[in-house]
Design a protein around this ligand. Structure first.
Ligand code: SF4
Length: 374
């Protein structure tokens, strides 16, 4: 059984580590292209319905040099990486890149694209409580749909879109279950492997990813959960990479029992609602229903209570804030939920995430102190 789990995990690790190969395999197999999806959110179902592969563009782990010409040093770490990859032509085989622009950095990036792929920009309205915001976004998606049809040469029918919505909703449900099960089996699913399963979903056709995750879940559940002698943490932020950081969590026995990372659980938090309304309208409703994310305006500031609820449900010992270097939206949220944690006695620690980093000694020291004091 252990062998089977490892063989399945190896497939996720391979895809997560080599998106270029995943892209080339998909093109060779289907004859269709690949469309880049910039962080944080986009109606990937529209791309999926064309038969093209939606592929997440969440940076890398390169040394930054060319990007310095186009971005100020205080642009967030992930966009420095994306710009460096653009300059190196890493995205030139994409048929297009879909961009939502909920923060200033993304707005600039959408206007400064250096690759050869066409850029398809749309706007998420920030006054999310209004019905007119849903209608506005539905219209944005209709424009995006037209552009995608022109680029891919595929007419997106309502039936194809409904099918893609169903595939994505199923994948989200399976990933929520995976997160839950991984928390019960930290000896079986390391933090690094947990991340690989999430990361692979950005580079795989979703029904395939779902099938593989289901197999993994069945294999894990066939084993007995063992008592965990380490500590349990919830992580929050944009993402928690490079792998060197996750290795430290593993070495210190800090099991990630739930996450609020934009690259991971925020992607699967909200389903496309069912109903008789048009699929584009229901896709738009996802944005209205989104919660606990720094780029989705929340006047009630519910991120702190949401994180505390996650701590309670998972019996976590602390929250680790993975602060993306120079991410304004994340930095603005932090003092609010930090104060809420203090008021309720929730332990927390902030570490900085710099995708360019190759050494993590500062984070190691801080995480080690947290582990020791818990
Ligand atoms: S939300 Fe933060 S990490 Fe994402 S692009 Fe904007 S500034 Fe960068």
């Amino acid at each position: 059984m252990e062998q089977n789990i490892n063989a399945l995990l190896e497939q996720f690790r391979a895809v997560a580590a080599n998106p270029k190969k995943a892209m080339e395999d998909y093109i060779a197999e289907t004859g269709k292209g690949v469309i880049g999806i910039m962080p944080l959110y986009a109606p990937e179902e529209l791309v999926h319905a064309t038969g093209f592969l939606p592929m997440g563009l969440w940076g890398g782990n390169r040394s930054i040099s060319k990007a310095r010409t186009y971005l100020p040093p205080f642009a967030c770490s992930i966009m420095q990486q994306v710009m460096e990859l653009e300059c190196d032509g890493a995205y030139d085989d994409l048929s297009a890149v879909v961009f939502s622009v909920p923060c200033d950095t993304l707005k600039c990036m959408s206007q400064k694209w250096k690759g050869t792929a066409p850029v398809l920009v749309f706007t998420h309205p920030q006054n999310r409580g209004l019905e007119s915001a849903n209608r506005f976004l539905e219209h944005e998606y209709a424009v995006l749909q037209e552009k995608l049809e022109a680029i891919t040469g595929v007419k997106i029918t309502n039936a194809a879109l409904e099918n893609s919505i169903q595939i994505y909703n199923e994948n989200r449900a399976v990933m929520r279950e995976f997160s839950h099960v991984a928390a019960q089996y930290p000896q079986v699913i390391s933090n690094k492997d947990r991340h690989a399963v999430f990361k692979a979903r950005m580079f795989m056709e979703k029904s395939r990813h779902t099938t593989l995750v289901k197999e993994l879940l069945a294999a894990i559940k066939a084993t007995e959960p063992q008592p965990w002698t380490g500590k349990r943490v919830v992580v929050t932020g944009i993402l928690l990479e490079p792998d060197g950081l996750l290795d430290i969590f593993d070495e210190l026995g800090l099991a990630i029992v739930a996450d609020d990372l934009a690259q991971e659980s925020r992607q699967v938090r909200v389903d496309v609602p069912e109903g008789n309304e048009a699929p584009l309208y229901r896709l738009a409703r996802v944005w209205q229903n989104m919660y606990g994310c720094c780029v989705a305006t929340d006047t009630k500031k519910q991120r702190g209570p949401m994180l505390m609820d996650m701590v309670r449900k998972t019996e976590a010992d602390a929250v680790v804030v993975a602060m993306m270097k120079f991410c304004d939206p994340e930095e603005w949220d932090y003092p609010i939920y930090y104060r809420q944690f203090e008021e309720k006695g929730i332990r927390s620690l902030m570490i900085e995430v710099d995708q360019e980093a190759t050494a993590f000694e500062q984070a190691r020291t801080r995480l080690q102190s947290l582990a020791e004091t818990l």
